[in-house]
Design a protein around this ligand. Structure first.
Ligand SMILES: Cc1cc2nc3c(=O)[nH]c(=O)nc-3n(C[C@H](O)[C@H](O)[C@H](O)COP(=O)(O)OP(=O)(O)OC[C@H]3O[C@@H](n4cnc5c(N)ncnc54)[C@H](O)[C@@H]3O)c2cc1C
Length: 413
């Protein structure tokens, strides 16, 4: 892999030996263990640490690392996309917060695989495979303050001998109290990360020099402010506010070349990964709803039948979309995969949302009373869908349909 999705694609993998067994193991863990823990993590807004311990013990933590480094070889960079997304869906059907932390970890491994030097891969994949180290990627520097918000989020970078220092804050820092490593997206032109970067005064495109810097989170200059994170859902992602107080990043922790995240359009590989999580929410709501309706003997009601049918169609439709997009990645049809990924992200968001509402309308109020998982799924999905703006995603798809310039890795109005 050369570090650019457009070039240097590998031949597709034939199914990796043990792939089915790995997915079966994940399914068993999700249904028997992770779903039972989700409520407690949610109530305490606690990182799902024991789930990650179990994933490590089961040999699944390095799923997105290449096999030559001890991983399972799953993911778009390995042209073996669907197993990674299926694994994510499975985790999401137990706990959407767990799936978000997992995605952040898996996407970071995809980036290291694609852009890392052999020495970086050896060092960082060894940490995952042998010590169970967890990764995440942090851009989150929203610039416009909300009412009552005094300061702005953002980081600044200073070149120093042997590397850089990072100073400032990032919000939405998923896995903040659980991960050992974070890939920091830092724009030398000024605060804004990858998502919120402004064009530089010299006219350079926003984020054109964006750096990806691997930061060891045990560094004493990195601190977590957990008072900021009190959201409606996705509470166990612990997406806290993180402060960097002149954190030194050595030069050999630079991943890829400046700007390569944007020029390589890596976000396009991760956009449908979010949809895999949304599908997990839909699957869980559908499964719970059908069991509930059978148990209550409501199947004879024609309206209930309609809603049960819609849930089933929605889940199948979402699966087909993800299969389609995964096949495009594996065939190296990168341009098509990027746009199809945005379409899938858009469609699956709505399918998942509608499925949860069908479940609630068919089952009634008690489906929203704990220990029913549906109330958590509703809260989590409502919040998680804000991760990328669907109006902008659809506008990007519209631009493509109209033959206009469009970027399926970063959606603009
Ligand atoms: C559960 C969860 C976990 C997350 N985890 C991570 C993570 O691990 N790493 C990470 O980097 N980020 C993460 N994010 C953050 C996410 O990527 C966004 O940065 C965050 O949602 C932005 O917050 P906001 O919507 O309040 O702010 P804003 O960025 O201010 O956006 C508000 C809305 O306005 C739109 N908007 C913004 N600017 C404009 C404009 N100029 N014109 C018109 N519309 C505009 C946005 O698209 C959005 O819909 C996470 C988000 C969630 C919900």
């Amino acid at each position: 892999m050369t570090g650019d999705l457009m070039h240097g694609y590998r031949e597709p993998h034939s199914p990796v030996p043990g792939q089915r067994a790995a997915l079966d193991t994940a399914r068993k863990l999700a249904t028997e263990t992770f779903s039972a823990r989700a409520d407690d993590y949610d109530r305490r807004a606690a990182f799902p640490a024991e789930d990650f311990d179990d994933l490590f013990a089961a040999g699944l933590l390095a799923a997105a690392a290449p096999r030559e480094y001890g991983g399972l070889g799953f993911g778009p960079q390995q042209r073996n996309t669907l197993p990674l997304w299926e694994l994510t869906t499975t985790l999401a059907s137990a706990d959407l917060s767990l799936a978000r932390c997992w995605e952040g970890h898996a996407n970071s491994l995809v980036l290291i695989d694609a852009l890392g030097t052999p020495e970086q891969k050896r060092r960082w994949f060894t940490g995952v495979v042998e010590r169970g180290e967890k990764w995440v990627a942090w851009s989150g520097e929203p610039r416009a303050p909300k009412p009552g918000e005094a300061g702005r989020f953002g980081t600044t970078l200073t070149p120093v001998e042997g590397g850089w220092t990072v100073r400032g804050t990032k919000a939405f820092a998923t896995s903040a109290t659980g991960a050992q490593w974070a890939i920091l997206f830092v724009d030398p032109a000024g605060p804004g990360g990858a998502r919120h970067a402004q064009a530089a005064p010299n006219g350079r495109a926003a984020g054109s020099g964006l750096l990806m810097l691997a930061c060891e989170l045990s560094d004493p200059t990195v601190s977590v402010d957990s008072s900021w994170w009190d959201p409606v859902g996705m509470r166990a992602t612990v997406s806290h506010l993180v402060r960097f107080d002149d954190t030194f990043i050595p030069r050999d922790h630079l991943l890829g070349t400046p700007g390569s995240y944007l020029t390589g359009r890596w976000q396009a590989a991760f956009v449908p990964h979010y949809a895999s999580s949304f599908l997990g929410a839909a699957q869980a709501a559908c499964a719970y709803g059908l069991e509930y309706l059978r148990k209550q003997g409501k199947g004879a009601d024609p309206y209930v039948r309609q809603r049960a049918g819609s849930m089933a169609v929605n889940v199948d439709t979402a699966r087909l979309w993800l299969r389609h997009v995964a096949a495009l990645w594996d065939e190296g049809r990168v341009e098509e995969a990027g746009l199809a990924g945005s379409k899938a992200r858009h469609v699956v968001e709505h399918l998942a949302e509608e499925t949860v509402h069908h479940c609630i309308r068919a089952c009634g109020a008690r489906s929203l009373v704990r220990p029913s998982p549906v109330e958590r799924i509703l809260r989590d999905l409502t919040f998680y869908q804000r991760h990328d703006n669907d109006d902008h995603i659809l506008a990007t798809i519209g631009r493509a349909a109209l033959g206009e310039d469009h970027d399926p890795s970063f959606h603009k109005p």
